[in-house]
Design a protein around this ligand. Structure first.
Ligand code: PEP
Length: 246
């Protein structure tokens, strides 16, 4: 089964119109590697401007509400994000699970809401350092994955991102063996829930301190189908080499 590599940048709460030139430069870097799918999950305020300039990359949102409309001050529904120019959305990022107290059920509902508006979805899972140190990282992540997985999950619209919380923004990454073990376990759990064919086709990204120095090694692992990249995705100079590594 060949899965097209996906390298996606998560700009988090970074980016003003002054940074649109970086999006164009990242598009140029992506166009040199048509075999790799490249996307940028920008702040909602930049989606339209980014989508207008995006050439060679897709533009996504970092969250969406589980409801399509209603009395939810400050929130954005999937149709709004799609109209703004997003074609994809991240759900379940650990920062939102922590800061906004999002539950697995919330995340599954958000993924379904995005799917209903034809947005693709990257569903994030990952363990804390405490869980890693306790030796239960794999069982924790599989439980989180299965509880967050939306009904009807399919490889043509859903990807999984394994992001150990302790690796995000810290410069620390798991060993290659730990990444391989977790990605293999995730694929196994997807096969048990969704069937072997769907699991074999679904992309599983690694995220957490991916940079130009470690990307090539991580991307050679059999069950790693790309990366979700935070800090290093803000500039073409740091994101470009990660795209090249894929
Ligand atoms: C992220 O938050 O999705 C992420 C992977 O961040 P960083 O690459 O900065 O560790």
């Amino acid at each position: 089964m060949t899965r097209k590599m996906l390298v996606a940048g998560n700009w988090k709460m970074n980016g003003l119109r002054a940074h649109l030139a970086d999006i164009a430069a990242i598009g140029d870097a992506a166009k040199a590697h048509p075999g790799v799918e490249v996307g940028l999950y920008v702040p909602a305020t930049l989606i339209t401007a980014a989508a207008e300039r995006a050439d060679g990359i897709f533009v996504g949102a970092q969250d969406c509400h589980a409801k399509s409309t209603g009395a939810h001050t400050g929130c954005l529904g999937a149709a709004m994000l799609g109209e703004a120019g997003a074609t994809s959305v991240i759900v379940g990022h650990s920062e939102r699970r922590t800061d906004q107290h999002e539950s697995d059920a919330d995340i599954a509902a958000k993924a379904l809401a995005a799917r209903a508006e034809d947005l693709s979805v990257v569903l994030c899972v990952g363990e804390s350092l405490e869980t890693r140190d306790s030796g239960s990282a794999v069982s924790f992540v599989l439980d989180q994955l299965l509880a967050s997985l939306p009904e009807g999950a399919a490889a043509d619209w859903l990807s999984i991102a394994y992001e150990p919380i302790w690796a995000i923004g810290t410069g620390r990454i798991p060993t290659m063996e730990q990444i391989a073990e977790m990605h293999g376990a995730i694929r196994g759990a997807l096969a048990a829930r969704l069937g072997a064919e769907t699991a074999a086709a679904m992309r599983i990204l690694y995220g957490g301190s991916v940079n130009a120095g470690n990307a090539a090694d991580i991307f050679t692992l059999e069950d790693v189908d790309g990366g979700l990249v935070g800090g290093a995705s803000l500039k073409a100079e740091t994101f470009g080499p990660i795209i090249t590594a894929a």
